[in-house]
Design a protein around this ligand. Structure first.
Ligand code: URA
Length: 196
């Protein structure tokens, strides 16, 4: 049932002509993970590897994200679903324009409504601004719980920022530790994590 609802949106995305990104992309990166996931992770846009494979977060950023998730004892198969603000790769990995984001965001919000996660994690400035408006600042707002409708939201740095500037990793890990604490409160009080 959830899968069917998601497939309906996927079909719409495949036929989408709302913006120009479809012209240069190879694959739509719809989003992936457990449709019943309690944690929904939102990135910015597919990169080279994602465009090639059609799977979110499989390139360098994805590999770092995977390590962080492993440290949290979260997996894509079980606790996590991942998607992006836009589903088609912007040429040369440029930031998706406001118009492209606005065209694509309704697909993501519908995915969230179907999956109904307990926690949303926003990775980076583009995701934060898409949800909370252009005056949001990731450096100021990361690590602080926010609400988006009924959903608790944790903004944190995008893994590509952590790759560019590894000194940010310490802060990002503090943010993920807050997610684990909240996860234990909202989803599974027994959730194991050897670091916290
Ligand atoms: N960066 C993102 O924001 N999303 C991906 O899927 C891959 C890299």
């Amino acid at each position: 049932m959830l899968e069917e609802q998601l497939k309906q949106i996927n079909d719409e995305v495949l036929a989408c002509t709302q913006c120009g990104l479809r012209k240069e992309r190879h694959q739509v990166v719809f989003g992936s993970g457990n449709p019943q996931a309690p944690v929904f992770i939102v990135g910015e846009a597919p990169g080279f590897e994602e465009d090639k494979t059609g799977v979110a977060f499989v390139g360098k950023s994805g590999q770092l994200l995977e390590k962080i998730l492993l440290a949290c004892n979260f997996s894509r198969e079980k606790e996590v679903y991942m998607g992006n603000i836009v589903k088609c790769r912007p040429p040369h990995n440029r930031t998706p324009s406001i118009q492209e984001q606005a065209a694509c965001l309704p697909y993501l919000t519908r995915q969230i409504e179907i999956i109904r996660p307990k926690i949303i994690i926003l990775l980076g400035s583009v995701a934060l601004k898409a949800f909370f408006g252009p005056s949001s600042r990731i450096t100021r707002e990361r690590g602080i719980w926010k609400n988006w409708f009924q959903y608790p939201v944790m903004p944190t740095y995008h893994p590509s920022a952590l790759l560019r500037n590894p000194t940010l990793k310490r802060d990002a890990w503090e943010d993920f530790k807050k997610v684990i604490v909240r996860y234990r409160e909202l989803v599974d009080s027994q959730h194991a994590c050897k670091y916290i």
